[in-house]
Each structure stands twice: as structure tokens, then as C-alpha cells.
Design a binder for this molecule. Structure first.
Ligand code: CA
Length: 246
């Protein structure tokens, strides 16, 4: 079904953006730190960054806490009253894959070696800036995200789900061939940039050049017809094509 054209087009440029959905959900971080000033600093900083923080002062409490509710990452000090951070990490590993970031003493190579040996994912030497700690946490969370990435490319009312390879216009699904889909992704990825036919051939078709640059024109014509959005892909005379926006 061909969606009816609407006046919304005038807003296409303003609406051009990339949405990365489902990545930033509030994650609970378990902070294990007996030193009050450090614990408070880290907790407050991470809360400001949008995380939920559970702060405990000992390894025993930490092990009890992870059984109580799901934790996305553990920030673990080594020097703790009772069992130390290494032992906590070892016991955690015996039952869980939760990422562990250790707070090590400055320049203590041995700490880092033991830390990795007991299964920690990363370390931050003390003293550290909360900003650096937050950056490391973010990197680990990204690396260990159990959910598949769910990236949506959006331009006006055209929405592409890259992994699912689904295209929708104004909410209605549009059937595209794999090549049309790749072509549209590349154009929207580079919205506002003029792309020559050769560049599009290289990027979307790779080494297969069936019919030369005319192939590109044919696919653009098909895309325009299927999307029912003639202004979305603009012809730049003598050069190539660009997706509206940006
Ligand atoms: Ca300590």
C-alpha cells in the first residue's frame, strides 16, 4: 500500500536524527567500598549519571546483595574489612557472570594481575576521578550488554530497524529488497551528504556492478515508488543523490 503524501515533509530536515533505542535503561550498580568519602563520591557521581547505586561496605554484604536483586555491574574495592575484594570476586565468579570493576591501589601491578586472575573485567587505580570510573563503567556495560543492539534509523516518518531489516513509512511496513534496504540505510546514515553513483555502487553493491551506475538510478526509482516519499531522496544533478536533512 502506498502511503499518502503529507505536508510533514517540510519538517524532514529538522526531524533527521539517529535513535539508539533500548541501551540506556537505568542499570543497578553495586558499589563495595568501606571508605566513606570515596563511597559517597562514587555513589553521588554515578547517580548523577543515571545509574541506580546500591552501596555496601563489606564483601559479605556484597555477596548477600547480589542474591537479593539483579545487579548489572559491581565496583569492588580490594581492601575491605572481612573478606577482601579478590575473595569477593572469586566467590561472585563461582555463581555469576556479573561484570566486576576493581578499585586497585596505585601502581600495584600485583593487584591487577590477581584481579584479572580471579575474574575481574577491568580496574581503576586509586586515586581516580569519578569521571574516569564512569567512563570505564559505561565501556564495560556496552561491551557486556546482553540485549542485541536495536538501532533505528529515522528520517522524517521513514524508520529503518537495521538488525530486523524492517522499513516503515508512517508506521506502515514497506517491503524492500535487501539491496534497496542497504541503499536506503546508507543514504539515511549520510543524510544531507551528496553521494555519487560510484560511491553508492561501491558501498552498497561492493564488487558486483550489474549494469553500472544505471543500476543505482533504477534502485532509487524503486525506492521512491515504494516509500511514496519523493522528496526524501533528492537527485543532485550531475553528481548523485542525497537523503534530505541534516
Ligand atoms: Ca578500602
Amino acid at each position: 500500500m502506498r502511503p499518502r503524501c503529507r505536508r510533514e515533509y517540510v519538517d524532514v530536515a529538522a526531524a533527521a536524527f539517529r535513535v539508539v533505542e533500548g541501551r540506556r535503561v537505568e542499570a543497578t550498580i553495586l558499589l563495595v567500598e568501606d571508605e566513606h568519602s570515596i563511597g559517597q563520591l562514587v555513589r553521588d557521581y554515578l547517580k548523577d549519571e543515571g545509574y541506580a547505586v546500591v552501596w555496601v561496605r563489606s564483601g559479605e554484604e556484597a555477596l548477600a546483595e547480589v542474591t537479593r536483586h539483579p545487579v548489572r555491574l559491581v565496583v569492588l574495592d580490594i581492601g575491605l574489612p572481612g573478606i577482601d575484594g579478590f575473595e569477593v570476586c572469586r566467590r561472585l565468579r563461582a555463581r555469576s557472570e556479573v561484570p566486576v570493576l576493581m578499585l586497585t591501589a596505585r601502581d600495584e601491578e600485583a593487584d591487577r594481575v590477581v584481579g584479572f586472575a580471579v575474574g575481574s573485567d577491568d580496574y581503576v587505580p586509586k586515586p581516580f576521578s569519578p569521571r574516569e570510573l564512569a567512563a570505564r563503567i559505561k565501556a564495560i556495560l556496552r561491551r557486556t550488554d546482553p540485549r542485541p543492539p536495536h538501532e533505528m534509523l529515522v528520517l522524517g516518518d521513514v524508520v529503518l530497524a537495521r538488525e530486523a531489516r524492517e522499513a516503515r513509512v508512517a508506521g506502515l511496513q514497506v517491503e524492500l529488497t535487501p539491496r534497496e534496504f542497504d541503499l536506503l540505510c546508507f543514504l539515511i546514515d549520510n543524510a544531507g551528504v551528496v553521494l555519487g553513483r560510484e560511491r553508492l555502487l561501491e558501498q552498497v553493491w561492493g564488487l558486483e556492478f550489474p549494469g553500472g551506475t544505471r543500476t543505482v538510478d533504477q534502485h532509487i526509482a524503486q525506492l521512491r515508488a515504494k516509500l511514496g516519499r519523493p522528496d526524501l531522496i533528492q537527485t543532485v544533478f550531475g553528481v548523485g543523490y542525497k537523503a534530505a536533512g541534516r
